[in-house]
Design a protein around this ligand. Sequence first.
Ligand code: UDP
Ligand code: MG
Length: 305
Amino acid sequence: MHLSIVVPCFNEEHGLQRLHDALVEALSGHVRDYEVILVDDGSTDRTLSEARRLSEHDPRYRYVSLSRNFGKEPAMLCGLRHARGHRVALLDADLQHPPRLLPRMLVLLDTGYDQVVARRSRSGERAWRSASSRVYYRLASRWLDVRLQDGAGDFRVLSRRAADALLSLPEHHRFSKGLFAWIGFDTGWVTYRNVPRETGESRWRLSDLVDHGIDGLTAFNDKPLRPAIYLGLLVAGLAGVLAALADGEKRWAAVLLGFSGVQVLMLGVLGEYVGRGYAESRRRPHYLVKETGPVPELLPGEHRL
Ligand code: UDP
Ligand code: MG
């Protein structure tokens, strides 16, 4: 098998046929032998029956349907586990990751890279979103042990050994952007213009983006504890000065303010790591499988309801 294409799908009933057509158009003449693994991430629309239909009509298609919506990260992991190709592409179902880039990415991969990333320019994005991304990547590049690149998402092609490297990372809280960077290997880049979603709508709300950002920062090291400590010292020091200048009740108010601020902050940071340790220690599977097709196939370690 030359190429496996892994597609996480959550409520993509209107997108799958289009994706199929776009892949045929992009790959014919370039890639002879490919398989597409659709991971239905607990969709509530007709995504699963679309996946069944496609895999009945096109022998290159397989699907795995999860027992509920687990999120894109577990869905991608599931697809990666099921991928059998020498190369693995990760692709969104909504055509925001244009399949026409795949041939170029594969050619680049074969020149000796283990990962080729399609990097999106931020044109056409809402201003608040691109501005907050910029701030995030600036912070992340200072705090993380791994280098993240702005615009580099999950759209990429991996060599078999890079895919196996990702599969060897067992953590529960997965932050793929960080994991891709953590495994290392030589990485090639192509750039494309941001495209709006064709059908359906994005499930990322502002709060999801902030959550994802915090996951990224805390998944990789304990450096966020460091600024918390500095900030704590600073606020405590400031409160000390205020307390020295003020007198009577105001002094106590300043002291209390300082300390309560620091405590809340430190608790938040600590809680983040404790919660993470707790989630990992339960050793639950990343997802449960409801149905696979066209042939029933569970991998070792996968659980069906
Ligand atoms: N997705 C998923 N599970 C989820 C949310 C999204 O598998 O809980 C899939 C979705 O179907 C799509 C990809 O992940 O193929 C990216 O999602 P989306 O387009 O909503 O995100 P955005 O493009 O806004 O980052
Ligand atoms: Mg999208």
